[in-house]
Design a protein around this ligand. Sequence first.
Ligand code: ADP
Ligand code: MG
Length: 301
Amino acid sequence: MGSRFDITVVANTEEEGSAYIQLAIDEIKRIEGLISSWDEHSQTSLINEKAGVEAVIVEAELFELIQRAVRLSALTDGAFDISYASMDRIWKFDGSMTNMPSDADVKASVAKVGFQNIVLDAQKHTVYLAKKGMKIGFGAIGKGYAADKAKALLMSKGVQAGIINASGDMNSWGQQPDGQEWKVAIVNPMDKHKTFALLPIKDGAVVTSGDYEKYVEFGGERYSHIIDPRTGYPSKGIVSATVFAPSAELADALATSLFVMGIEAGIDMINQLPKVDCIIVDDKGLVHQSDNILIENMNKQ
Ligand code: ADP
Ligand code: MG
């Protein structure tokens, strides 16, 4: 998936532990083969290729992932949208961009974006992108999904405890061998050597999306790799969003959504979701959090 995974398992012997880790790796690779937009043989690439042409029959697993992604679009008023992907023709975060794209280019490209044009047929298990040039991509949800699946697989094999860390998308279960809870350190995005807090994660997920790794700068302004699907322009104002949720998939999608929704609307949404919490750091270094998170003195660090 173009990102680093760290896998931790609690096992009786090193051999047993290594075997479990290999299972997790195989599972993550399998998912990559399903959702990758780089791999031209993936079902996702086929859906994109057939945009505006015809519906594509896909595996139940991919169909359901897309279905959940579309529901998240509705929940976030379109802030989260897997069809943001055609914007990657305009915005590139690999260092190759030298100029701000023109308004006309952004407008033409954003016309291809819109979850309303992802047509799903639950009977036939088909996905149809209704506009030519439309594209879907799982950049904002795929790592979380893979972490959830790897965790579920290991749990089903009897692994008592572990952590799947997909480049900051963390999912844990069970406890450390000494009986202590797993803990996650939330890094201060303004100074990566400092952490805000060490929080316990109990059988759940915590995901951080940050713009400090992928962004472009024009005229001294920083543009993040998260695009507002409604305008076609990168989101602004937030440098890091951490979400706690029962699944990494949900946490991943919501962390991305917060960038687009902004602090007030975003925290409002999070407060309405059961078992979901967030910590947001804005571009002035101020920390904002949902109602159920109590971390003292965070703004002072
Ligand atoms: P990371 O953890 O790598 O920072 P995020 O979870 O923050 O990733 O998601 C950012 C990625 O999501 C982008 O690189 C892009 O692939 C995709 N993306 C960008 N904007 C949106 C959006 N509005 N909705 C869904 N996916 C998006
Ligand atoms: Mg995300």
